[in-house]
Design a protein around this ligand. Sequence first.
Ligand code: ADP
Length: 249
Amino acid sequence: MIALDIAIKNKYYANSTAVVLKDIQFSVKPGEFVAIIGPSGSGKTTLLNMLSGLEDATAQKLLGNSKSLHDCKEYQLGYVFQQPRLMPWLTVNENIQLVLPTAQERKIKTLLAQVGLADKGDYYPKQLSGGMQRRVAIARAFAVNPELILLDEPFNSLDAPTAAKLRLLLVNLCKSCGSTVVFVTHDLSEAIYLADRIIFMSNSPSSIIHQVNVNLPKPRKESGSTELAWQSQLMAQYPQILSGSVSTD
Ligand code: ADP
């Protein structure tokens, strides 16, 4: 399991002078599930891409177990993007095999069964529904036994029952894998259902405006009364928090 120690002084893109992330500092404990919430355009995807190494993080402090996250690839990383990003010319089995160093038919079979797609291994992505494609993307991310898993609004634009099923699936996979999780969402109730801690970001240039431990027992319920009460209390205290402000006006 991996612990993260992150300090981003400022992040801007090479083709722009606008600062996207400013003075972002947080740690994540091994096996902890941290949700990041912020307004659209506040830099959440940028943050995940920096953590994954897809985006430049020169001069920033990104540590995993006290070593550079990118220099030493001693840990396994899973990334579930906003879009499933499956290779259309490969079958479901082949899409998962792609991230594995050796042929692992049995493992792929087990994973597909876990995500409820036991009979879909030979299908091509275009033969699957959007929800099924996302299941494949989740199975692919967990195929490497990730010590760190990054998820970028993975259930966005799915119908409510499918999203609820996939959230439960994620909870179970995280439990069996013990991964450290950084999960981006704009859905507060989703964050409360899943996370140990929620980090709230401001508008761009984005910084952390609030962090809170979700001190509710697990397993949690989708829209359970305790969860809803917790959410109401937070919103009463910080009515503007989802707009990126802790102002009480
Ligand atoms: P979020 O995920 O919170 O919606 P993003 O990380 O996608 O936010 O984007 C944060 C800001 O960075 C936005 O203003 C966006 O326009 C800008 N941005 C994202 N990617 C690039 C890029 N490749 N080049 C320049 N600006 C970018």
